[in-house]
Design a binder for this molecule. Structure first.
Ligand code: NDP
Ligand code: N5H
Length: 257
């Protein structure tokens, strides 16, 4: 059994720039010989994504719009993929959003609209995407999403995103149960903090990283490459017995009190 993904096709959702975790996953899958399809939310990052994808020098790569708040966009995105590629073998869901003002201070200050927005984009979207992807995953496959420790425990400032990640993690388990009979596995990677565009503007991100360097069992922060390699394992047959799992790729930080 090998880690080669030659002859397999994966949809990568959530590349904003070269720091994106989704891009770390894309590089690992590309190196293993996979064909990749990229989706982006808004025109804001379309050019950035296209520029990055061009660096892979793979003429078979596709770049399509898919704002996950729009059912019709999810439907047309996967319809286009079906038309142009046919069968897919997996999806990397690397998408989350909450209003900035709800990522500081007390959790309970979130309003109904902000709560629903965070849950819509960061949790419900996995279920909507899994349902659309299932139709193209006729040879079975693997769906991978990204979560964070703040979905299991209270982490200062993570707030409504922590509640949304708890919902995402429960969705992983229910989807794994629904999709197992079709040979489709569903897992999450709980990544340690990585400096990405989403993490930008987080006041004390430096001190969060410093605490990990000082206290995490491996005494270093998490890299995009580490997450990419674990995703590669989850997309390959080496993980064929693993589903409904939340794998921590965080230098072991989650085991600490
Ligand atoms: P990025 O900012 O690079 O990626 C976030 C992505 O979410 C962007 O590509 C953005 O797309 C996408 N997105 C937001 N709204 C929508 C939407 N409506 N439809 C489709 N896509 C949307 O940050 P990360 O790489 O850090 O984040 C990826 C995932 O990793 C997230 O789920 C995050 O919670 C998780 N994670 C991150 C950690 C970290 O420390 N960085 C730690 C643990 C988990 P666009 O740019 O096109 O708007
Ligand atoms: C405990 C922390 C620090 C608090 C930070 C919370 C981060 C939450 C993640 C969400 C996804 C950030 C977010 O929605 C930011 C937006 O309000 C503003 N940013 C944008 O619109 C940019 C341009 C686009 C590209 O971003 C998105 N998401 O579309 C958590 C950290 C230690 C770890 C961390 C950063 C976790 C995580 O889930 O990302």
């Amino acid at each position: 059994m090998q880690l080669s993904l030659q002859g397999k096709t994966y949809v990568i959702m959530g590349v904003a720039n070269k720091r994106s975790i989704a891009w770390g996953i894309a590089r690992a899958l590309h190196a293993a010989g996979a064909r990749l399809i990229f989706t982006y939310a808004g025109e804001r990052f379309e050019n950035e994504v296209k520029k990055l994808v061009a660096t892979l020098e793979d003429e078979t790569a596709l770049v399509l719009p898919c704002d996950v708040t729009k059912d019709e966009e999810i439907a047309s995105c996967f319809a286009q993929i079906k038309e142009q590629v046919g069968v897919i073998h997996g999806v990397a869901h690397c998408i989350a959003f909450a209003n900035k003002e709800h990522l500081e201070g007390e959790y309970m200050n979130v309003d109904r609209e902000g709560f629903l927005l965070a849950h819509n984009i960061s949790a419900y979207s996995l279920t909507a995407v899994a349902k659309a992807a299932k139709e193209l995953m006729t040879e079975g496959g693997s769906i991978v999403t990204l979560t964070y420790l703040g979905g299991e425990r209270v982490v200062q400032n993570y707030n409504v995103m922590g509640v949304a990640k708890a919902s995402l993690e429960a969705s992983v388990k229910y989807l794994a149960n629904d999709l197992g009979k079709y040979g489709i596995r569903v897992n999450a990677i709980s990544a340690g903090p990585i400096r990405t565009l989403s993490a930008k503007g987080v006041g004390d991100f430096n001190s969060i990283l410093k605490e990990i360097e000082e206290r995490a069992p491996l005494r270093r922060t998490t890299t995009q490459e580490e997450v990419g390699d674990t995703a590669l394992f989850l997309f390959s047959d080496l993980s064929r017995g693993v589903t409904g799992e939340i794998i921590h790729v965080d230098s072991g930080y989650h085991i600490l009190a």
